[in-house]
Structures are given as structure tokens and as C-alpha cells.
Design a protein around this ligand. Structure first.
Ligand code: KG4
Ligand code: ZN
Length: 347
């Protein structure tokens, strides 16, 4: 069964075609240059860029896979959560395709896509995680700890009470005058910095608390900047980046490992843009090894927002809907900008 996946929930316009667990093609048009000068994603510009990109991205996915529209058996699209204007572009493209070909269309949950991305085949020979696993989804929009007992069987263990981890790093980056996205710049600069020079708070440290809070980090960095009096440069800047990053990484790693033990999960899966972070990867690898846990981080292209994970999840959803002889009505699919994962699976 060949499935076309479409993802347009935020600032990546992506299409992919999969066959079973194999990715036949995968195209992503990033909008980083569109939003860079504003220091964050501008929703209206994001939806306009999706409108410009979507047809070319779809064409690219077909060309790369070497298949035609006639070969596709079903379509999966991100239905939410995300920016409403951005979601609409992908959903309308998916509806048009499914309607024209008269094939089933399914709307899927973006975070669920991230969680199941490691079940796709990758060229890097990564071992597929076994259930139950503890998923950490950590990006500009999400910071969630989710116990995955099986496909469609999730338990929300913890989430951020304010900023997502990537959002906090992006805001700190902006305060330090770094280019957008700040998380990427902080990752680069932190390599030469001393993570112990400044102490930034680790929120909600209680052993049985699996929620996160990163908004206090901005205030602490701001206080530190006032103390330094001038805009930090050179070693001061590197030390600030390393120390701020350490506070984020420390919270993420400690809570994820604790949550894995609490849920009797022997594997940790990490997805979302922040999983590209060098220090996070290093700490996770060291601590998982020390505590006898297996670590599964998909290749970068499957960690950030992408349509392959949407097609991968769509495969499961379509199979179960087809088994129930569900009626597919492509025109009824509406975006769900604030869709909650646990709600999504309990309907
Ligand atoms: O998953 P993603 O591409 O989009 C969503 O937010 O859904 O993640 C983007 C986020 C941004 O906040 C960006 O700063 C962060 O991931 N990010 C990083 C790194 N690469 C991307 N943060 C820290 N270190 C990185 N290397
Ligand atoms: Zn995402």
C-alpha cells in the first residue's frame, strides 16, 4: 500500500510517499529564511509560503519516488495541532488529491506522528523501539513526555506548563542577539562555553513531577544580562549559551529517564527539532547507558517536522479505518489547531 503524507502545520511544507515502512520519497521546503528577520514564525507569512510551495513539494515527492498519482492508495495529512492557516493549505491539497483520485483520506495528529516516526525504516539501520517506550517530543511548539504502550495507546506523563523547550531557547537566543532560530545558534555557541559559569533554575525539580516549565529561564537570563551591563560577546556569550542550554537539557534528561523507569519502559524515543541538539544527545546517550536504557533518536530529517512521519502514522489509521469499512468523506476534514493528543485517541 502506497501512502502520500502531507505536513504543513507550522513552517515546514512537506510531502512524502511511503510503501509499508519504506520511505520512497521525502521532500521538505523550509521557511526559515521567510521568518528569520522577525525572530519567530509569523503565521500569515507561513500560510502564504505554504500556498506557494505546496504544489512543487508534491511534484518533487512524486518525481523522487518515481511513481504517479495513480499508484497512491491513500492520503494522510496533519489535521492538528498547528497554525490554522498553515494547516488549511495542507488539508485542502490533501482533499483535492483524494477527491480527484477517489481514494481514502485520513487526518492525523502531528505529535502522534513524531512519536511513531522511529517505526519507519531508516537508511541508518537504527533499531526500531519496542513497546512500551517513553517518548520525549521536544520542539518549538511541544515539550511532552508520553508513554507509548502501542499504536494508539498513549499516556501523557508530563508536558510544559508554559514555553516549549525550543521556544525558550529561541527567546533566549533573541535576547542575546543571536540569529533565528536561537536554539540552533545556542547549540553552536555552547560548544565553547562553560555550562557551570551561570546558574539558571531547573523548575519543578520534585522527583514525582514530570511537567516542565521554561519561562523562568528567560527572566533569569535577562537578570544576568543586566548584571553584565553590556551585550555579551566572546567567552561571556558562549558561557551564557552553555549555561542556559544546560538548564534546559538537565530538566529534559532527568525527567525523561525518571518517567521511563516509572512507566517500566526500557526504551526512550526522542523527536522534534530540539533533538538535533548536541548537548541533549550527549547527555541522553551517557545517562541512558548508565541506567541501562535503550535510546532511539530518528535521523534528523525524521525528527523535525516532516511528512514521512505523517504518512507512517496514516498507514496505521487507514488500515484500521478500512478494516471497519469506514466511509471516507474527504470534504468534511477540518483543521484542529488546538487538538490534544489524548482527546484525539479517545474519540
Ligand atoms: O520540530 P521543529 O522543526 O518545529 C516545531 O517547532 O514543531 O522544531 C523547531 C525548534 C526550534 O525551536 C529550534 O530552535 C529548535 O527546534 N532546534 C534546536 C536545534 N535545532 C532546532 N534547538 C537546539 N539545538 C538545535 N541544534
Ligand atoms: Zn513538530
Amino acid at each position: 500500500m502506497k501512502i502520500l503524507g502531507i505536513e504543513s502545520s507550522c513552517d515546514e511544507c512537506s510531502a512524502a510517499i511511503i510503501e509499508d515502512d519504506k520511505i520512497l520519497s521525502h521532500v521538505i521546503a523550509s521557511q526559515i529564511p521567510v521568518h528569520a528577520k522577525y525572530g519567530g514564525v509569523v503565521p500569515e507569512l507561513a500560510s502564504r509560503a505554504h500556498i506557494i510551495d505546496i504544489v512543487e513539494v508534491l511534484r518533487g515527492a512524486f518525481a523522487q519516488a518515481g511513481v504517479t498519482s495513480q499508484d497512491i492508495d491513500g492520503v494522510a495529512v496533519t489535521q492538528g495541532p498547528g497554525l490554522i492557516g498553515s494547516l488549511l493549505v495542507g488539508i485542502e491539497a490533501a482533499k483535492a488529491f483524494a477527491y480527484a483520485r477517489d481514494i481514502p483520506l485520513v487526518g492525523v495528529h502531528h505529535t502522534e506522528g513524531h512519536l511513531l516516526a522511529p517505526l519507519l525504516d531508516t537508511t541508518e539501520g537504527m533499531q526500531k523501539p519496542r513497546f512500551p517506550f517513553m517518548g520525549l517530543v521536544v520542539s518549538g511548539g511541544h515539550t511532552n513526555l508520553i508513554a507509548v504502550h502501542g499504536v494508539g495507546q498513549y499516556e501523557m506523563i508530563g508536558q510544559t506548563l508554559d514555553d516549549a523547550a525550543g521556544e525558550a531557547l529561541d527567546k533566549v537566543g533573541k535576547m542575546l542577539g543571536l540569529p533565528y532560530p536561537g536554539g540552533v545558534a545556542i547549540d553552536r555557541l555552547a560548544v565553547g562555553g562553560n555550562p557551570e559559569r551561570f546558574h539558571f533554575p531547573r523548575a519543578l525539580p520534585q522527583h514525582d513531577n514530570f511537567d516542565f516549565s521554561f519561562s523562568g529561564l528567560k527572566t533569569s537570563v535577562m537578570t544576568q544580562l543586566r548584571r553584565l551591563q553590556a551585550m555579551p560577546q566572546g567567552q561571556d556569550l558562549a558561557d551564557l549559551c552553555a549555561s542556559a542550554l544546560e538548564a534546559v537539557v538537565d530538566s529534559l534528561v532527568r525527567k525523561t529517564l525518571r518517567a521511563a523507569h516509572a512507566a517500566h519502559a526500557s526504551t526512550i524515543v526522542v523527536a522534534g527539532g530540539v533533538s538535533a541538539n548536541k548537548r541533549l544527545r550527549q547527555r541522553l546517550a551517557e545517562d541512558c547507558r548508565a541506567e541501562g536504557l535503550q535510546l532511539s533518536i530518528p535521523p534528523m530529517k525524521l525528527c523535525t517536522d516532516n511528512a514521512a512521519m505523517i504518512a507512517g502514522l496514516g498507514k496505521f489509521k487507514l488500515a484500521s479505518l478500512l478494516a471497519q469499512h469506514a466511509h471516507f468523506e474527504a470534504f468534511n476534514l477540518q483543521p484542529k489547531p488546538a487538538w490534544n493528543l489524548i482527546e484525539a485517541i479517545s474519540v
